[in-house]
Design a protein around this ligand. Structure first.
Ligand SMILES: Nc1ncnc2c1ncn2[C@@H]1O[C@H](COP(=O)(O)OP(=O)(O)OP(=O)(O)O)[C@@H](O)[C@H]1O
Ligand SMILES: [Mg+2]
Length: 299
């Protein structure tokens, strides 16, 4: 057996549903409780927030806690109705004809029939034609499978949660009103408070023993970027995690104590490409100035 075939067999994910190690405080706690209320009220929920603010992580945690089977799709132009609904397997059609036996269901169909949770991740990156395939299942609790030319009953337990960036974000579209109106509870997220982000980053560098002062400085760098009106796309939580981890790892390799000089080096490797400035400013110079101002270090 070839190596890659072996890996495909070994690494097959048995369970998409997974307990996510989440700091459930501040905006995350508020959002989680609103999601729970929406779920109990039988209303679909949508999370909107900037890149890397913790939407997908929260949805995955929520889905895990519901204890239902879990499936998800991350929408893009490549997601077609058949990606969601499923399609006929031509080789099986050859033997059985256009029957349910020859049908290979997509994740949305599996969730709808099984009564699971479906995460529509980056929902507003899908095109309208594709999003329309969800409508009947959400409202009328009926799912049409075109290749079988048959309607199916959606299980009562089926629930959809969705996460997306605001419609100004590059690559997104304005959500069509038909789907927007079927998602009744909208939760707007932003970046966490400094104290919550500190806990998040700490939880991601546990193996390193990184001093709290370096994590605080990492967070201060991204906080300054987020509050600057000259910034079009700020640095995400992934950037603060990245700053802390890269600084810790570099210090480990060099066998020195992690300090602000190493943090400034990490900042130059991570931040210029993580942010987008308004026209006319060079990201590298911006981050150099920031390191000088916040860390007192020439990067
Ligand atoms: N409350 C939290 N507790 C622990 N980790 C978190 C929390 N929120 C976010 N993270 C971590 O921050 C990173 C970014 O989170 P996530 O991928 O959920 O963001 P997102 O809002 O879905 O981003 P995007 O808009 O790019 O899809 C992940 O590594 C995630 O594990
Ligand atoms: Mg996400």
């Amino acid at each position: 057996m070839s190596d890659i075939l072996q890996l495909l067999k070994e690494k097959k994910s048995q369970e998409l549903r997974q307990d996510i190690d989440l700091i459930l405080e501040g905006q995350y706690k508020i959002a989680y409780e609103a999601m729970l209320d929406a779920y109990n009220a039988g209303l679909f929920v949508g999370l909107i927030g900037p890149v890397g603010s913790g939407k997908t992580a929260l949805c995955r945690k929520f889905a895990y806690d519901l204890g239902l089977p879990f499936n998800w799709v991350t929408f893009s132009d490549l997601v077609r109705p058949s990606t969601l609904i499923g399609s006929l397997d031509p080789t099986l059609v050859f033997n059985t004809g256009f029957t349910e036996e020859a049908f290979s269901p997509g994740p949305f169909t599996v969730s709808a029939l099984q009564g699971g949770v479906f995460l529509a991740n980056e929902l507003n990156r899908g095109d309208e034609y594709v999003l329309n395939t969800l409508l009947d299942a959400l409202e009328e609790k009926k799912l049409y499978i075109p290749s079988l030319r048959t309607w199916y009953d959606v299980d009562d337990k089926f629930y959809m949660i969705s996460a997306m960036n605001p419609s100004e974000t590059r690559g997104t579209r304005k959500l069509p009103s038909a789907i927007k109106d079927r998602i009744k509870v909208w939760i707007h997220m932003t970046y966490p408070s400094k104290s919550t982000e500190l806990k998040i980053v700490k939880s991601k560098v546990e193996e390193y023993n990184l001093p709290a002062s370096i994590i605080e400085k990492s967070i201060e760098l991204v906080a300054q970027i987020r509050s600057d009106p000259q910034i079009e796309q700020p640095a995400s939580i992934r950037s603060s995690i990245g700053l802390a981890r890269l600084t810790a790892e570099t210090a480990r390799r060099l066998q020195v104590n992690p300090d602000t000089t190493l943090l400034a080096k990490s900042a130059m490797l991570i931040l210029p490409d993580a942010i987008k400035l308004k026209a006319g400013r060079v990201p590298e110079n911006y981050i150099k100035d920031l390191c000088k101002r916040i860390l007192g270090v020439s990067a």
